[in-house]
Design a protein around this ligand. Structure first.
Ligand code: NG6
Ligand code: CA
Length: 504
């Protein structure tokens, strides 16, 4: 049995967590929402949505006002978190199809491998989106390499996104509930003969697409990609939150007596937004708001379970989102029409896919009962830094050079200083920011995507003073040439060999 930290003498307490012994290694949980915006949580100032469970993490932990993902889309963002390396250093770290191969090399050092080496049991549950298999997957056999090969003892995942095939759960590399008599096949180029799609059989749809998402249909919802067979294994979107929440609770119960590391990838509020019936209509904002409330419930369940197991005082919890918000990401779910006064990005400009702040600046809370004093912190922190910071916490020496920086003191509220600078990515484009300034190199290309989100393409380049202009209303590149040049030169130095101006 681990000694709960609150039973330690006060003198030891003041040294914690820098004096943790083997037996007291804290559990570490990373909960990552999918497309949850800076303004989508009531603790972030929103009065239009009520997220009591997320608020609890925010208000009873540290709430970061400058918390970042490394990218404005999922795959690169998760790559940064899992490897401690900037995703733009890996040209495969782009939004992946459901049958894309694993983009993390098997010999690459990763956050879960680090935890394993430190004696942790590790699990990945929920959204994956880092690729699995070798590019030529037989879904009826064990799919590998995957989560196991990069350091997860246990995994129960959706391969990519909830709008991409295969629409099945994959536990430790095996499709859950597959009937060998009805093999599963997946293709991203062409349909299988005679299989219905949203274009041939619109009468089968209970949710309609607005752009993309018109291929195979599962559960009345059209997806990206084609699949055939595997009928008994198909997920039911309405049950996904219950499924993964249950799996995560079981994992915690099974490993309550040893230190564990659990990565929990929420699928909300990514499209298609199909929450369980008990959340339908609860937000007044339609499926997007209801899905956020379902995610809030799920987080509340995990925390209540930790409490029930007596692990709250011995578990460090990170909560964040893989990228910023989007309304119409390809389905007609009334996200725009029912938004009313709600501001998914809060005061920030842009959203998912954007080089403006809302692309990567996301909710970011760190909670540890009894160890972290509630506070709001303006330190700049990034998901990239979880790896080096947790290494420091558990006294693990990193055997490789990483882009991940040790910002443990900021994460635990013991310092107001986080990282000094960060390069972020959005669909292959890069931007740079320091504590108070944002720099966007010149990019041509469309101003907005079909989602309506502004991309941050500024043909002449951009400079914004985030201290005086948080909402990035005024590009002052022309007025502050010296500052622009200085930011540009730092940016070029860090991204040398990777920054390609011709990317649109
Ligand atoms: C886009 C999809 C979008 C979403 C995104 C990935 C279309 C038109 N759009 O290509 O719906 O799936 O990829 O989102 O297909 S992410 O959060 O996983 O990065
Ligand atoms: Ca996402």
């Amino acid at each position: 049995m681990k000694t709960p930290l609150f039973l330690l003498p006060v003198s030891a307490f003041s040294l914690v967590p820098f004096s943790l012994t083997e037996a007291q290694k804290p559990n570490v949980i990373v909960i990552l929402a999918d497309d949850l915006g800076y303004g989508d949580v009531s603790a972030q100032g929103s009065t239009t949505i009520k997220t009591p469970n997320l608020d609890r993490l925010a208000n009873e932990g540290i709430r970061f006002t400058k918390g970042y993902a490394t990218s404005a889309t999922s795959t690169p963002s998760r790559y940064g978190l899992m490897t401690g390396m900037y995703p733009w250093k890996n040209d495969k770290a782009k939004i992946l199809a459901g049958n894309a191969p694993l983009i993390i090399k098997e010999d690459q050092y990763t956050l879960p491998k680090m935890m394993q080496e430190a004696g942790y049991v590790t699990a990945a549950i929920g959204k994956w989106h880092l690729g699995m298999g070798d590019g030529n997957v037989d879904w009826n056999k064990t799919v590998k390499p995957g989560a196991k090969e990069i350091g997860f003892d246990y995994s129960n995942l959706i391969a990519a996104t909830n709008d991409r095939v295969p629409t099945v759960y994959i536990e430790n590399g095996r499709v859950v509930g597959l009937d060998p008599a009805d093999p599963l096949d997946v293709d991203y180029n062409k349909n299988f003969d005679g299989e219905p799609t949203a274009l041939t059989n619109p009468e089968m749809l209970k949710m309609h697409w607005s752009h993309g998402h018109n291929q195979s249909i599962n559960n009345g919802i059209p997806r990206i990609g084609f699949q055939k067979g595997g009928k008994s294994a198909m997920w039911v979107d309405e049950d996904m939150a219950d499924y993964f929440t249950g799996i995560a609770k079981d994992f915690m119960t099974n490993h309550k007596d040893k230190p564990f590391f659990m990565y929990f990838g929420l699928h909300q509020p990514h499209v298609p937004r199909v929450p369980h019936g008990r959340f339908v209509g609860t937000s007044g904002m339609g499926p997007r708001g209801d899905a956020i409330l379902e995610a809030d419930w799920s987080v509340g369940e995990l925390m209540a379970h930790l409490d029930k197991l007596g692990l709250l005082e011995n578990t460090l919890v990170f909560f964040s989102s893989d990228n910023g918000p989007v309304l119409d990401d390809g389905y007609k779910d009334q996200a725009v029409e029912l938004l009313a006064q709600h501001k998914p990005a809060g005061p920030l400009r842009g959203g998912k896919y954007s080089l403006y702040e809302a692309g990567t600046r996301v909710p970011f809370f760190v909670y540890w009962k009894g160890q972290i004093k509630p506070a709001v912190s303006d330190a700049m922190v990034c998901q990239l830094d979880i790896m080096a910071s947790v290494a420091s916490l558990i006294k693990k020496k990193l055997p490789v050079d990483l882009d991940s920086q040790n910002t443990l003191k900021a994460f635990l509220g013991k310092s107001k200083k986080g990282r000094k600078e960060l390069v972020m990515e959005a669909n292959g484009r890069l931007a740079y920011r320091t504590t108070d300034w944002a720099f966007i190199p010149p990019y041509k290309g469309v101003v907005r995507t079909r989602t309506g989100n502004e991309l941050g393409n500024l043909p002449e380049g951009g400079l914004f003073n985030l201290k005086s202009d948080l909402s990035q209303t005024t590009n002052i590149a022309k007025q502050h040439v010296k500052k622009y040049k200085q930011m540009e030169s730092h940016f070029l130095e860090i991204t040398k060999g990777y920054f390609k101006r011709e990317i649109k």
